[in-house]
Design a protein around this ligand. Structure first.
Ligand code: TYD
Length: 212
């Protein structure tokens, strides 16, 4: 979709503690003139409540994966597609790559080929992002940044996050044109201006976008 310049779907990914939230709040300020729609997975619709419950109650990995996919379906239907249809720039804090990175680990031993299983689940109806910014930080640094209560969730365990990060890197390697790797150890201001610049180079100014 981004090929013609509009509309654009941008996603931001990274392990827990990689600084996504800090980056997203900074972009909300600095990209105001482009009038982007900021959204997130999980939790942009009521289905997200079911996902949060599944995480809190440590549901079995298949249930959890299907709920994350259900959340994605509702997110696309009620938030992403309408916004793209209206010509808006959409920036999502986490998206399908989070499932390819996290659920692929959770589902090890539960389904024969987790990565293929997850891909098949999304095939034919999802919207592929135009660009994905992947924030990269060593796992030990990421864990230091997490508040103690977060560290207890099963997604925030060191060896688990190492595997998630490996999956992210493999995804980026497989699709170098879509992924932009970001050194998340840089000062927050530098990360913000790098990502902001990259988004601006993709998204034409709001006024010219309106005229089309
Ligand atoms: P979130 O509340 O967005 O946490 P954060 O603000 O730290 O990114 O997401 C909760 C957890 O859900 C997070 O550890 C990543 C995980 N997650 C998946 O495992 N699969 C998914 O598809 C998504 C969107 C998130």
């Amino acid at each position: 979709m981004g090929e013609e310049g509009i509309p654009l779907l941008i996603t931001i990914e990274g392990i827990d503690g990689s600084g996504k939230s800090t980056l997203v709040s900074a972009l909300k300020e600095s990209l105001k003139d482009l009038d982007p729609l900021f959204t997130r997975e999980p939790g942009s619709t009521w289905v997200g409540d079911a996902v949060r419950r599944a995480i809190a109650e440590q549901a079995d990995p298949v249930t959890e994966a299907l709920l994350f996919v259900a959340d994605h379906a509702a997110h696309l239907e009620h938030v992403v597609r309408p916004a793209l249809g209206a010509g808006r720039l959409v920036i999502s804090d986490r998206y399908t790559d989070s499932r390819y990175a996290y659920q692929a680990v959770m589902l090890e031993g539960k389904v024969p080929d987790p990565a293929a299983w997850l891909r098949t689940l999304h095939q034919g109806w999802t919207v592929i992002p135009d660009r994905t910014f992947l924030l990269l930080v060593p796992v030990e640094k990421a864990l230091e940044r997490l508040p103690p209560e977060k560290r207890r969730e099963h997604f925030e365990d060191g060896p688990f996050l190492e595997k998630v990060q490996e999956n992210y890197l493999a995804l980026a390697e497989a699709e170098p044109a879509r992924f932009v790797l970001v050194d998340a150890l840089l000062p927050p201001g530098e990360i913000r201006s790098f990502v902001e610049g990259a988004i601006r180079s993709l998204a034409p100014p709001r006024q010219s976008r309106r005229r089309r």
